[in-house]
Every structure is written in structure tokens, then in C-alpha cells.
Design a protein around this ligand. Structure first.
Ligand code: DON
Length: 345
């Protein structure tokens, strides 16, 4: 074999290897900053004036929140932040907190703890359904709900480790802050308003205690859960939290590994199956994105390896999900190729 032929062969081999690697590896996310910003601006403009939905009012303080707050933020896995509209106003995080408390329990005790104690199946019922607990217990024979509905979420909160209420609370709030990339605080008006009116959640806490899923102090668990739901966040905080999940548990803005990358898939799986409650299937059908809503008006969604996105807009639909947030996230993600199930081009 001549030297010349050897060099040519080597080049051909190197090229073939490169092509094979390019085909095997996930396609790089090729959106330019201008395209990303344009997608956010378009979704903001398109839904700014729609009048559908209404603020949650079963927690009196939520009825008083300005329905016009409307902000979109997207954080890419390389730490770039894009925003449109009002990303300064804060709302209470509400049920979006359930994702991060689930993540905390998984970090402390492993994914089996959630699966065995609570379950990881969609209930197909409303987020505060008691029938769902009874059905799982009587017809399915055990913990067949999930940590994103109130009974499972209050149970998850009861599982967070700590020797006092104060220690447990600081550990939860500190964990959320690492996802957001700043220390977060509580909206005291919302906390008081929900504490004054959360008898149903107290009953749910007691029911989970009666069935042995909560081991002790169900009212304390419900109280800590209520406080975690009252944490104040803006759209950028939520998008950074979602971006951390998109980036395998490493906050893409601060660079801190907030949770183990190995534990992220389980968190995303429960978000995909139950994040928008009884509308989770419909949501996944249209976007493919693991997501989570809160009755404060926020929704987060995660495009793994690409971006986290969040929208805040308080008016909700009948399932308890923000109307504008669902529309805006679906538009932005579909414009940017965020659906992880979509074929690569
Ligand atoms: O427990 C509750 O009812 C509220 N703190 C949270 C509910 C919620 O956000 C449901 N989400 N869409």
C-alpha cells in the first residue's frame, strides 16, 4: 500500500466517522438568539389580549392578583435568558412547587421512595380529589397516585428530612432557591389566605395519615406544603428552575449542580404524565413537553437538553391551568423545535 493511498484512506475513514457520529448524535439545537426572541415576542403579542379563563378564587388572595400579569421567559441549557412581557411581577408558585419537593425527596431517599410511598400514576382526576385516593386504595390496592396531586404532594412534603419544622422548611426553600438561582421568599398574604381556608387539604393530609402514607404530624405536613405553595416567583425564576431540569440538574445560569443528573428523568416522567392534571394527556399530545402548572398562574415546561420555559398569567381554565401560559408555551416550543418526540430534521 503506497503512502499516498494510506493518507487518502485515512481521510475517507475520518470523514465517514464524522458523518456517522453526526447521524448518531442528537442534532445540535440550531436556533439563533434572534429566532428564540422572535418566538417569545410573537407568543406574547398573540395572546396578550385574550379574555379566556379566570383567576383561582378558592384561595381568596389569588382572586385579587392582577389578571393582566403576562410574562414569558426561556432559559437555554447554555445559560442564555430570553424574556417577553412582564417578567418582574411575582405570583405564588403553588403546585409548581410540587415538582421540586418531589425532586428533594428523590435526592434524599432515591426514586423508589416516591414510587413505593405515593405512586407515579396519573389519577385522571382533579388535583385535590379525595375520590382519587379512595379509588387507589380500594380498587387498586395501594399507593397508585403521584406527587403532583395534593394528596401525593402533602405526603412528599411529609417525607422531607429534618429534625424540626424550621429545619425542614429551610431545606425546602433553600433547594428551590438553588433551582431559581437566587434566594426566594414567601408571599405572606397568600400563605395566610390559604392557611385560613385549607381545611380540605388538612382533611387530605389526615386521610393520607389514616392510610399510613404520612407517618406523623399530618397537619404540620399540610402547613409546610401550604407555605411551599406560597413561595413568590417571577417568570424568570420559574424558567431558570425549568432550565435546570432541562440541563440535567445543573443550573445553567449559576453553573451549580443542584440535583443529581441521574434523578432528573423520574422527575420529568411524572411531570409528563401528571403535570397538567386531567389535561396532561392533551398537553403532551400537542407539545411533548414535561410541564407543571400552578393555580397562581404559572406553568413551567422542559425541553430536555434544550431549554426550560415559563409563563405567568393568572387566568385559569376549568382544569386549573393558565390559559395564556398553555398557548404561549405550545407556540414557542413548537416554533423552536422543542418537542422531544418530534423527528429530527
Ligand atoms: O393546594 C392547593 O390547592 C394549592 N396550594 C395548589 C394547587 C395548584 O396549584 C393546582 N395547580 N394547578
Amino acid at each position: 500500500m503506497s503512502a499516498h493511498k494510506t493518507v487518502a484512506d485515512t481521510r475517507r475513514w475520518a470523514l465517514a466517522t464524522l458523518v456517522a457520529a453526526a447521524l448518531a448524535a442528537p442534532a445540535a439545537w440550531a436556533q439563533t438568539p434572534a429566532e428564540i426572541q422572535a418566538a417569545l415576542d410573537a407568543a406574547h403579542a398573540k395572546y396578550k389580549d385574550i379574555q379566556e379563563g379566570k383567576n383561582a378564587d378558592y384561595i381568596p388572595a389569588l382572586a385579587k392578583v392582577d389578571s393582566k400579569i403576562y410574562g414569558i421567559a426561556l432559559v437555554t441549557t447554555d445559560g442564555k435568558v430570553y424574556t417577553a412581557g412582564d417578567v418582574k411581577s411575582e405570583v405564588s408558585i403553588q403546585s409548581i412547587s410540587k415538582v421540586f419537593t418531589m425532586a428533594k425527596v428523590i435526592e434524599e431517599q432515591g426514586p423508589e421512595a416516591i414510587e413505593k410511598t405515593i405512586g407515579v400514576d396519573a389519577t385522571g382526576m382533579r388535583f385535590n380529589s379525595i375520590v382519587a385516593v379512595e379509588f387507589a386504595q380500594k380498587a387498586l390496592g395501594g399507593p397508585e397516585i403521584n406527587p403532583l396531586v395534593n394528596p401525593g404532594a402533602i405526603t412528599a412534603t411529609s417525607m422531607v428530612r429534618g429534625s424540626s419544622r424550621d429545619e425542614i422548611w429551610k431545606s425546602i426553600l433553600g433547594f428551590y432557591g438553588e433551582f431559581a438561582g437566587r434566594s426566594l421568599g414567601v408571599d405572606q398574604d397568600v400563605f395566610k389566605s390559604e392557611s385560613d381556608t385549607n381545611q380540605r387539604n388538612q382533611a387530605i393530609g389526615y386521610l393520607m395519615y389514616a392510610y399510613g402514607f404520612i407517618k406523623a404530624e399530618p397537619l404540620r405536613a399540610t402547613d409546610v406544603y401550604t407555605e411551599q405553595c406560597s413561595v413568590a416567583v417571577n417568570a424568570k425564576d420559574l424558567a431558570t428552575m425549568a432550565g435546570t431540569l432541562a440541563n440535567a440538574g445543573k443550573n445553567p445560569v449559576t453553573g451549580k449542580q443542584v440535583m443529581k443528573s441521574a434523578n432528573v428523568p423520574e422527575v420529568l416522567a411524572v411531570m409528563a404524565t401528571a403535570g397538567l392534571y386531567d389535561d396532561s394527556g392533551k398537553w403532551l399530545y400537542h407539545t411533548g413537553l414535561p410541564a407543571k402548572s400552578g393555580v397562581g398562574g404559572g406553568i413551567i415546561a422542559v425541553s430536555p437538553g434544550k431549554f426550560g420555559i415559563a409563563v405567568i398569567s393568572p387566568p385559569l381554565d376549568d382544569a386549573g391551568n393558565s390559559v395564556r401560559a398553555q398557548k404561549a408555551i405550545a407556540d414557542v416550543s413548537n416554533a423552536l423545535g422543542g418537542n422531544p418526540y418530534a423527528p429530527r430534521h
